[in-house]
Design a protein around this ligand. Structure first.
Ligand SMILES: [Ca+2]
Length: 284
């Protein structure tokens, strides 16, 4: 008798609330009028790409000391996106470090809200996992991060160099001479084991970062006022330590990504979407 209504419900976004892990906001945000506007549980067959309606393989090729390959960011068939860092070989038979990621560029770009990932961290040196929200126009122009955008690193995790630390960072004004950065971090014993959530409340008041529902940082400025896309990635580089000492493969497992917005934020995003894009704004 109840099958039909359930089937009906399953076709609506409201149903995310019926998933095993009931989405919930950190306590300080409850009652602020937030509504779930984006929900990803990474359900699907093992080896399949993440839902192409929302995600695209992040494959810039060589990046830092690794190579991004699509096969390194695939569903595990158990409701997770598995981003794997592994030892591979190039066409000449030389060792290369392979990893990957996904992004929502061109699919889902939002301005303001509460963004959260639930994930299980990597354990090895030489690479790092991240959940970030950024724009292709950062630093264009310099001195106007509100319109150019700000790289919001909701979470970066370095398993040995910053073991058990929740790192939250902003980058703006490009990545060269004018590059600026602000960061906050919190040591949380046990963070490197098991499942944890990392989130950011991004709005006109700044960036409030959360780890497992507790506030773990706040950065007031500069506030990006433009739509930005989300990324889930691993990157190989010396910042994370020596990849040659890593026991590979090492996996960053992502269980879910959710975004909540207030009705006003949602309305503002809808309005921006209908506005003509400024000329010369790549990825706008
Ligand atoms: Ca999941």
């Amino acid at each position: 008798m109840r099958i039909a209504p359930l089937a009906l419900l399953l076709s609506t976004s409201a149903v995310v609330a019926m998933a095993a892990e009931k989405p919930s906001l950190p306590a300080p945000l409850a009652g602020a009028g937030y509504e779930l506007v984006f929900s990803e549980d990474f359900e699907g067959a093992a080896g399949a790409p993440a839902d192409p309606r929302k995600w695209v393989d992040w494959t810039p090729g060589k990046r830092k000391d690794g190579w991004n390959v699509p096969e390194c960011a695939r569903l595990d068939g158990k409701g997770h996106l598995a981003i794997v860092t592994r030892r591979g070989v190039d066409e000449q038979g030389k060792v290369r470090w392979e990893t990957g990621g996904v992004w929502t560029k061109g699919k889902v770009e939002l301005t303001h809200g509460y963004f959260e990932v639930r994930c299980r961290q990597i354990t090895q040196p030489g690479h790092w996992s991240a959940f970030w929200i950024t724009s292709s126009t950062i630093g264009k122009p310099i001195g106007d991060p509100a319109n150019a955008g700000v790289e919001i690193d909701v979470m970066e995790y370095l398993a040995t160099v910053h073991k058990d630390e929740s790192l939250h960072t902003l980058h703006w004004d490009g990545y060269a001479k004018e590059h600026k950065v602000a960061h906050v971090k919190r040591k949380i014993p046990g963070l490197g084991e098991g499942w944890h959530t990392y989130g950011v409340k991004w709005d006109e008041s700044g960036y409030t970062f959360f780890t497992d529902g507790e506030q773990t940082g706040f950065i007031k400025e500069p506030v990006s006022m433009r739509p930005q896309y989300m990324l889930l990635t691993c990157e190989v580089g010396a910042w994370g330590g020596d990849i040659r000492k890593a026991k590979l493969p090492d996996t960053f497992l992502v269980d879910s990504v959710r975004v909540w917005q207030t009705p006003a934020q949602r309305k503002a995003d809808a309005r921006r979407a209908t506005q003509p894009k400024p000329s010369g704004a790549p990825g706008a």
